[in-house]
Design a protein around this ligand. Structure first.
Ligand code: K1U
Ligand code: ZN
Length: 170
C-alpha cells in the first residue's frame, strides 16, 4: 500500500471528466487500497481518483465515526440512478481545497449503481452524510468541484485564499 499525493486546486486534472474502468483487475484493486490509505491519512471521508492524479471513475468513502470500526466503500463506475426532489444544505470541505468550507445544496437522497472490487454490479441507497459525500465524489469524476456551486464572488475568494496559501508553502 502507498500514500498518494493529493492534488490541490487549481489543477487541470480536477476539471477533466474521468474515464470509465473497463476491467476490474489487480491494478484497480491496488489503486482502491492506496486511495483508502490516503483518505484515512488525510484525514477525509471520501476521495476520488482524479484527486490523486488518476483520471478513472473510481472513488472511496468511509463516513463511519472515528471511534467505530471502519466501513470502507470501494466504488467503480458509479451512476446516480435516482435523486430525491428534497434538497438539503451541508457545509462541505474538500481535500483538494485545504481548509476551505462552504454550504452546498444537493438532493437529500440518491440511489447509485456501481461495480464493487470484484466487478459485481451493486446498487446503494444513500441519505444523510453518505448521500452528500457520494454526490461530492461523483462530481469529482465529472470534473466538478464543490466551489462550482458557489457564487463567483465566493468562488474567487476561496481560490484567492488557496493561491495565497500555496505561495506561503513554496
Ligand atoms: O472529496 C474530498 O475531497 C473528500 C471530502 C469529502 C466530503 C466532505 C464533506 C462533505 C462532502 C464531501 C472530505 O473528506 S473533506 C474532510 C472532512 O470532511 C472530514 C475529515 C475528517 C473527519 C471528518 C470529516
Ligand atoms: Zn472533494
Amino acid at each position: 500500500m502507498a500514500l498518494l499525493p493529493i492534488l490541490v486546486a487549481p489543477n487541470p486534472i480536477l476539471k477533466k471528466v474521468a474515464k470509465p474502468v473497463t476491467t476490474v483487475d489487480d491494478e484497480i484493486r491496488a489503486l482502491l487500497d492506496d486511495m483508502l490509505e490516503t483518505m484515512y491519512a488525510a484525514p477525509g471521508i471520501g476521495l476520488a481518483a482524479p484527486q490523486v492524479g488518476v483520471s478513472k471513475r473510481v472513488l472511496v468513502l468511509d463516513i463511519s465515526p472515528v471511534d467505530r470500526d471502519p466501513e470502507p466503500l470501494k466504488i467503480i463506475n458509479p451512476e446516480i440512478i435516482t435523486k430525491s426532489d428534497e434538497i438539503k444544505v451541508y457545509e462541505e470541505g474538500c481535500l483538494s481545497f485545504p481548509d476551505q468550507f462552504a454550504d452546498v445544496k444537493r438532493p437529500t437522497e440518491v440511489s447509485v449503481s456501481y461495480m464493487d472490487e470484484q466487478g459485481e454490479k451493486q446498487v446503494m441507497h444513500a441519505d444523510g452524510l453518505l448521500s452528500t459525500c457520494i454526490q461530492h465524489e461523483i462530481d469529482h469524476l465529472n470534473g466538478i468541484v464543490f466551489v462550482d456551486y458557489l457564487s463567483s464572488i465566493k468562488r474567487s475568494m476561496i481560490m484567492r485564499k488557496l493561491k495565497k496559501q500555496q505561495k506561503l508553502d513554496e
